[in-house]
Design a protein around this ligand. Structure first.
Ligand code: ATP
Ligand code: MN
Length: 430
């Protein structure tokens, strides 16, 4: 087992060396404290006059924030201390001494300054905790699909297809022609589902989102399961099981991070299936009953989503949308041809839409008609139409936005803090 701060409980009573950096320090007379960070957590290291040689005791005056240090000492339980353990110092080795003032001090900094120093900001307690929860969410995603016998089938980043029109796409030079960066792996996911049964695509996607919101990045990660022989109802069953599993895994493994983030975990504990399911029509009625001025047939905006989420203590799934609000490939409801068999999942607490998905059109001629109706070029969709010629079956899937999920679970208001190096309309560095 690694000798790290996250593993201290296993080393109680032993003398070990921790390798890290100076996070903070403070002195009170004959005793001083070094708060050490090693990337896995923080620990208070205690230096007592008389118990160590004078040179070590005097080192306090020389130490600066982010000095790289290796600290040796014995580990003891200390409930009042951060993390519940403390290190009684016997030796400190300075690996690199910082001579310039570290840009991120204890004083308040504005978000733009911090984002420009993202390469350093990631060392801060809160940012570090968010990214560690992100890591756990990614692991839970992969474990869920493994346990449920899905195969990971990656889709390409360079595409010739514009899945939902070209306005949000990044166009790039591709030798003597142009290509688009993918905004969703779904079309390939459908082909893969016909080859493997149940699959998932997991990778970055790109959208030229020109609006500045706290929910939109230009590069974000999306996980997209797609299932053959699956209808909208079964798709929603998977979506709620999946999201509940992610939350439960975080509750089991991320308590230290939630404490740093001051996340009210009580709100996460109730995230257990079944989740409420309402139709688009019912959602519109809720908005109208609450006095909102919403016009039937449009997509929900952030305030609408927040109000809808407030009606429930779990994520809510809204299904059966006016067909015009949804992409060409969505199957229509047999009971009402004006409705598409789509579903969005809205997270609680005002974090907005985390999932978009639905059942796909599986009839060749109807799909061809829709591609034409949407004025999309036929050539790049030939292979997609093939899927409806050779053994077409009902199939469905969804896409979950990783960063929006991290924002909700960690209680982070702005999505830019949920990805290590965010890309937005105004930010391409660091
Ligand atoms: P919105 O209406 O909020 O922009 P969307 O309808 O465009 O979302 P989908 O195309 O259904 O979203 O994408 C599936 C999921 O990907 C969304 O539910 C959301 O979690 C996530 N997502 C979409 N766009 C972004 C973005 N620009 N940045 C981060 N996550 C996004
Ligand atoms: Mn969007």
């Amino acid at each position: 087992m690694d000798k790290t701060i996250s593993n201290l409980s296993h080393f109680e009573g032993q003398e070990i060396t921790l390798k890290g950096w100076v996070y903070n320090k403070r002195a009170i007379g004959k005793i001083w404290f070094l708060i050490l960070r090693d990337g896995t957590g923080l620990v208070q290291c205690v230096v007592v006059k008389g118990e160590v040689d004078e040179a070590l005791f005097d080192l306090e005056a020389d130490l600066n924030q982010e000095d790289a240090v290796m600290v040796t000492g014995s580990i003891r339980k200390e409930p009042r201390s951060i993390g519940g353990y403390e290190l009684g110092v016997s030796k400190i080795e300075v690996v690199q001494h910082v001579t310039e003032e570290y840009p991120i001090g204890p004083k308040e900094h504005g978000p733009d300054f911090l984002m420009s120093n993202r390469h350093l900001w990631l060392r801060s307690k809160r940012q570090n905790a968010i990214i560690r929860v992100r890591h756990r969410i990614v692991k839970a995603i992969r474990d869920f699909f493994d346990m449920n016998e899905f195969t990971l089938v990656d889709s390409p980043m360079f595409t010739a297809n514009a899945v939902e029109g070209t306005t949000d796409l990044f166009e790039v030079d591709y030798f003597d022609r142009s290509a688009y960066l993918t905004q969703s792996g779904q079309l390939y996911g459908e082909a893969s589902a016909m080859a493997f049964g149940k699959i998932y695509v997991f990778g970055p996607v790109f959208r030229a989102e020109k609006s500045k919101t706290r929910r939109h990045l230009t590069e974000f990660w999306m996980v997209e399961p797609e299932m053959a022989y699956c209808d909208l109802e079964q798709d929603m069953d998977y979506a709620e099981k999946f999201v509940a599993y992610i939350v439960q895994q975080c509750l089991e493994h991320c308590q230290a991070e939630f404490k740093i983030l001051e996340r009210d975990t009580g709100k996460l504990e109730s995230i257990i299936p079944p989740f409420p399911r309402i139709t688009y029509d019912e959602a519109v009625k809720i908005l109208h009953d609450n006095g909102l001025d919403f016009s039937y047939g449009s997509d929900f905006g952030a305030p609408d989503e927040t109000l809808l989420a407030e009606q429930f203590d779990k994520p809510v799934m809204i299904h059966r949308w006016p067909a015009d609000t949804k992409p060409f490939y969505m199957k229509r409801d047999e009971q009402n041809d004006d409705l598409a068999l789509g579903v969005d999942m809205i997270a609680p607490e005002g974090y907005g839409e985390i999932i978009g998905g639905g059942q796909r059109e599986d009839d060749h001629d109807i799909l061809l008609k829709r591609i034409r109706h949407h004025d999309l070029p036929l050539e790049p969709f030939k292979w997609y139409l093939d899927l409806r010629k050779y053994g077409s079956v009902p199939h469905a899937g969804f896409g979950l936005g990783l960063e929006r999920t991290v924002a909700w679970i960690t209680g982070t208001k702005h999505i830019r803090e949920t990805i290590p190096y965010p890309r937005t309309l105004s930010r391409l560095e660091p």
